[in-house]
Design a protein around this ligand. Sequence first.
Ligand code: C2E
Ligand code: MG
Ligand code: MG
Ligand code: MG
Length: 289
Amino acid sequence: TAKRAGGDTTRVYTPDMHDAAIARLNLKEDLGQAIDAGELSVAYQPVVSLETGHIDGFEALARWEHHNLGPISPAEFIPLAEESGLIGKLGAWVLTRVCADIAAWRAEIGAEEVPIVSVNLSPRQLAEVDLAEQITAVLDRFGLPPQAICLEVTETALGQSGVDVSETLLDIHARGLHLSLDDFGTGHSSLARLGSYPFDVVKIDRSFVVPLTEDGRHRAVVQAILQLADAFELDVIAEGVETDAQREVLEELGCARVQGFLFSRAVPAEEVRDLLSRHASYGRFAVKG
Ligand code: C2E
Ligand code: MG
Ligand code: MG
Ligand code: MG
């Protein structure tokens, strides 16, 4: 609701909006303590090869179990962490947790059995000048090679903040880490820019996968992305595959790898160990995770 007051438009908070604003403020404060209170964790979503059904990788996704409110979505708390300047601490915590998990899996079931794990980077993290160094330091601490990790950057993060992030990306890549362009198709970057950054992987956003079986036009869009990725010699992962029909179309189009609830949601670290040690395969038919 807005009210005219002396020519100015004043925002009048309804009780609901007031509550929401307070809740957001409280949540921001709580997030500051959440790491130390042990309320954060990392869950891992399998990346599945459509050719073999094998797990080809995992994406690490932050989870917050709030002491009163229960699970809070990262879509909600990551932006809060960005706004409040906590993202550096949170990002470092996530990377450290992931490296500790990878090191433990490698020790238990063998280094070759543990596929690459992707970690999301937020726009603000990307703007830190010593990011590449920080990342290498964590890898070194756990005795991990740079190839153990892939970093996911969204298209939006590339153009944001006025900072030229291409040097940081080149630095990260030169150190041997993989890079993937997340949520491809949802940002503003032109297709041509795809070739001007050192990405190894393009992740086709869920919004292109959802309507894939509706009509031929959506199919053509995904086909075009696949061709483009091929031209730039990039691997592709389609995100958010939920149905057999979507999986079939992606298979027909030659998309090599997928992620989605059809195969598995993100699972706790202990479950990753089980999946890897029994060489879990999703075969031609989906197994619910
Ligand atoms: P994202 O990086 O694009 O991650 C994929 C999101 O899609 C995850 O949501 C995942 O659970 C969800 N997803 C996977 N398969 C399906 C599916 O079949 N259907 C549907 N409806 N969703 C699916 P999640 O875990 O809620 O994360 C949301 C976003 O929050 C992520 O999007 C990422 O941008 C951000 N995020 C999560 N963890 C971190 C983190 O550690 N650091 C940073 N900077 N961002 C993070
Ligand atoms: Mg991601
Ligand atoms: Mg994504
Ligand atoms: Mg996304």
